[in-house]
Each structure stands twice: as structure tokens, then as C-alpha cells.
Design a protein around this ligand. Structure first.
Ligand code: SAM
Length: 220
């Protein structure tokens, strides 16, 4: 079910969505950081894994290809990116569940199930403050006790160069939603949603600012 809520599309405007994969490959060097996300998740066959804001499916397809025994559930509000993602999964010969929906309502898509791990990459920086929090709370609700959270996103921009490069993202996605990330808000919001053991495991410099990989757990 799709509501009439608004969201920022993958590259800021719907007309750019078809270029998303090419832009992300070059501007974020995703071949370097996506495997770090997979490593941080440390998935095992049989686990239920949810990708919130899965977009064109690059992270979800990588995870399912690396660990075929997982049950992968990918959620995004944008039918345009989901169409690209489905085609990508088909080409990679991997099967997963695709759901059209918002991240702060993601737990509603699991029914009676609970997740072993939740991942979200490059989503929170383009969401309003209440939605950033809502997505983290939804992730917390859907996880089993002891379940893992891995967030990869533009986090605290620590240097003049990274802040300057991050301006490109801010021009595309707007300053209101992106600036709190650049100021380091994710390190506050993740524990505020109930998560324990927060660690900023990697800070990865890119041509569009630094991407941080945050790991935390729902207390057992
Ligand atoms: C920059 S793309 C990232 C896509 C993908 N996770 C990746 O790593 O390439 C951001 C995605 O977040 C989605 N999005 C925007 N607002 C959202 C929300 N409130 N809940 C869930 N996803 C959202 C967009 O539709 C878009 O696909």
C-alpha cells in the first residue's frame, strides 16, 4: 500500500533516478564501502535481513549474493527505484521480498516476523529529523533481542574538505535534512532509539563527503 506522503528521491529529483547507480559508483566509490557494510552485518544463512530505503537494490543484491541463505526483505517508498532493483536482482539471479513503503513504518511489513539484522544505506541524510528518528525506532521494533543494526550514511563531516564536498549532496537533497547528519546527529539518534554498543566502525572519505558505517545492537 502506498500513501501520499512525500519523500526525497534517490538523487534528489525523480528525473535523475535512472542515473543513480552510475553517479553513486563514481561519486562514492561504492565498491569500497558496500563490502564493509556486508562485513559489519556478518550475516548467516537463515537470518532475516531488512534493508530500509533499499533504493535500486545495490546493497540488498550484494548481501543476498554473498549469503544466499538469508531471507532478504527490501523496503522503499519509490516504485521507480524498486523497478530498477527488481531488474538488478533478476539479472543477479537472486530472490528477495520487495515492499513499497516508508522506513518509519517498515516494521509493519514484517507481519509476525522479527529481523536478525537491519541495514540502511544513504537514506537517513535525506529524511526530515522526525523521519530519521522514526526509521531507527522502526528498525528497533522489528529486530529480535540482540539483533544488529548497520547504518551507512553521510555522518559527521570532520574536515573542511569533507564539508565542502558534502555540499554537492546538500545541493541535491536540501540543507534542512542533510545538515544534521553533517553535524553528527546520527551518533545521538541511534542510542536514542534504544540501541546499545554504538560504534562508528568506518569513516570512509568520498568525492561527496565522508560516509560513516555505524554498528549497534538491540539489547538482548
Ligand atoms: C540515496 S538513496 C539510497 C538507496 C540505497 N539504500 C543505496 O544504498 O543505494 C535513498 C533512498 O531512500 C529512499 N527514501 C527516501 N525517504 C525514505 C523514507 N522515509 N523511508 C524509506 N526510504 C526512503 C528513497 O526512495 C531512495 O531510494
Amino acid at each position: 500500500m502506498t500513501s501520499k506522503r512525500e519523500f526525497v528521491p534517490a538523487l534528489g529529483k525523480a528525473e535523475f533516478t535512472n542515473s543513480y547507480d552510475k553517479v553513486i559508483a563514481v561519486m562514492t566509490r561504492e565498491k569500497r564501502w558496500r563490502p564493509l557494510v556486508a562485513k559489519a552485518l556478518a550475516l548467516a544463512p537463515g537470518e532475516i535481513v531488512v534493508d530500509i530505503g533499499a533504493g535500486t537494490g545495490s546493497q540488498a543484491v550484494l548481501l543476498k549474493s554473498q549469503t544466499p541463505g538469508i531471507r532478504m526483505i527490501a523496503i522503499d517508498p519509490d516504485p521507480q527505484v524498486l523497478a530498477i532493483a527488481r531488474a538488478k536482482a533478476k539479472a543477479a539471479n537472486v530472490a528477495m521480498e520487495w515492499h513499497e513503503g516508508f522506513g518509519d513504518e517498515a516494521h509493519d511489513h514484517l507481519g509476525e516476523r522479527f529481523a536478525d539484522a537491519v541495514v540502511s544505506s544513504l537514506v537517513l541524510h535525506q529524511c526530515p529529523m522526525d523521519v530519521k528518528s522514526g526509521i531507527l525506532v522502526s528498525a528497533f521494533r522489528m529486530l529480535k533481542p540482540g539483533g544488529r543494526l548497520v547504518i551507512a550514511d553521510y555522518g559527521l563531516q570532520r574536515t573542511f574538505l569533507m564539508r565542502a564536498l558534502f555540499r554537492q549532496v546538500q545541493m541535491a537533497d536540501g540543507f534542512e535534512y542533510t545538515q544534521p547528519n553533517a553535524d553528527g546527529i546520527l551518533s545521538e539518534l541511534i542510542p536514542a532509539a534504544g540501541f546499545a554498543g554504538l560504534e562508528e566502525r568506518h569513516v570512509f572519505p568520498t568525492h561527496t563527503g565522508s560516509i560513516s558505517i555505524y554498528c549497534a545492537r538491540k539489547p538482548a
